[in-house]
Ligand binder design. Structure first.
Ligand SMILES: [Zn+2]
Length: 187
């Protein structure tokens, strides 16, 4: 199954940008996002992270390091890992549990990409990460799951194409089914 995922490891340098502060993590959740970037695939997101181009204002109770970062970006061709799953990212809920305890996966949605292929690759990667880290299906959550203090709405419509009316519903349950389908097929 990992062969189908086509995982490429291309880490942001330790000590730089989104990894300037290394904060250890034992992952208990997997958080699924979509980029809402209609022009860039996984490679371009990887480059942007490595160059430190994805900044976010650092503030008390908000972004903790001044950069955005997450663990994996998936598109219809490849999955790229940007940081170890033993380190906290900055993708979900500032200083909340989504950042402190979850592996962040961003799905690309650039024009011309095959969304079904991106979703299936994401489901396979998620299943492999569940197995590797002992994470149950109920702890595979959409970004929506983590309220963001000081934001309105607190619960983001993310990944928007797997939400119904901005919240988890039938589409999200379908995605959970795809993850479980692959999980049951792992050795
Ligand atoms: Zn998100």
């Amino acid at each position: 199954m990992m062969r189908d995922v086509r995982l490429k490891v291309d880490m942001v340098a330790r000590g730089a940008h989104g990894r300037r502060v290394v904060r250890p993590m034992s992952p208990r959740y997997i958080t699924i996002h979509s980029t809402q970037n209609y022009t860039a695939g996984a490679e371009r997101h990887s480059l942007a992270l490595k160059r430190g181009a994805l900044r976010s204002p650092r503030r008390r109770g908000g972004n903790r390091i001044g950069y955005l970062i997450w663990h994996y970006t998936v598109d219809d061709r490849v999955a790229i890992q940007h940081m170890p799953t033993s380190e906290q990212g900055e993708h979900a809920d500032f200083d909340g549990p989504g950042n402190r305890y979850s592996i962040g996966i961003e799905m690309c949605e650039h024009r011309g990409s095959n969304r079904k292929a991106t979703i299936e690759r994401t489901a396979k990667l998620t299943a492999v990460l569940m197995k590797k880290n002992g994470i149950p299906l109920k702890n595979v959550v959409p970004h929506y799951h983590w309220p963001r203090r000081g934001k309105s709405p607190a619960n983001k419509n993310c990944p928007h194409f797997l939400m119904d009316n901005g919240r988890p519903g039938l589409k999200w349950r379908w995605f959970q089914g795809r993850v479980n389908y692959y999980y049951q097929r792992l050795e």
